[in-house]
Design a protein around this ligand. Sequence first.
Ligand SMILES: [Zn+2]
Ligand SMILES: [Zn+2]
Length: 388
Amino acid sequence: MDEKRDYYEVLGVERNAAAGEIRKAFKRLAMEHHPDRNPGDLAAEDRFKELAEANEVLADPQKRELYDQYGHAGPRQAGFQGFSGVEDILSHFADMFGGFGFARGGSGGGRARVEQGDDVQIEMTVSFLEAARGCHKALELQRLVSCKVCSGNGGKAGTQPVACGTCRGRGQVASHQGFLTIATTCPTCRGRGQLLKDKCDECRGSGVERIKESITVNVPAGIDDGQTLRVPGKGQAGPSGGPPGHLYVTFQVLEDARFERSGDDLYTHVSLTFAQAALGARIQVPTLDGDVELAVPAGMQPGTVQVLRGKGMPNVHGRGVGNLAVRFTVAVPKKLTAEQRQLVVELARHDPAQPAPEASGRPSPEPKDEPKDEEEGGFFFRRKKKKR
Ligand SMILES: [Zn+2]
Ligand SMILES: [Zn+2]
């Protein structure tokens, strides 16, 4: 899996090849190794898959940049998982191969078409920090896979399926309506082109079996709540040996009390005492990489926002890192000791703009039934996160 060849080498182009060169090289090589031109040739099929993957990365400026910088891990980190198989590639490049003049399963193609298995959707919960850093998460999945006894063809070991008599192995039958010839999936073999003489004992001819499988999901750094990742080929096996469907993982990202997220940017707030705000201080600010020290200048006004560049969330597609906006608030004590009160009165007396309050030294009335503090997150006036 990790012994992948260099994508430039796969396509036979220079590292600084222009986009047009890459496209041309891919078209030429893909035509040469196309499965329809090399039926049954597994080496050609592997080469075709390799070409499609190399093209998929190098033809996309973003993915290409990631690849140039980090090798195969770059695009993978950004969520690129390659293709599950030939069918997946062909449907992906349908336009391009259509242009090549290859007909898949059409009346002229002569190649039986098999059904793809169903997709599987699951939800996965990750913590805020797991989403920020990316992680690998294992999960147990009940799914249908190809029967290992008959490799999915459903036939008894040692027996060969026979060509379907109805469609003569083509998987499709033609009906005529006036001058039109309409091809439909063969009802006898359901498009396989073959019929079983003796059924596999293990799967009774279905070609699939239900297993419990442990799958590791590569959670890309920067994934956001509600986003979905496709894990190719991890859906249900196709009936009668068809390619498997895909697994779709939708993430639920748990909240972190310290941060609010908007796209790739994060917001946090730090509460200063009046003395810290007035005199200046060195204070600790939470970031995804742990607390960092910030110097607060003397005379810091409540509501001031300081932006820490590159301290936000990594972009899930690998396009840089967001910022962290730190908003300062100043906490006003709700209760003062007699001594503190005296000092504050003293302070006020020195404020030329304000008339001095009575300095009786009488304790301030106990705050009772005080109104609830504004929700902390409300500082940003943008709490829009829906609760599920
Ligand atoms: Zn079987
Ligand atoms: Zn048939």
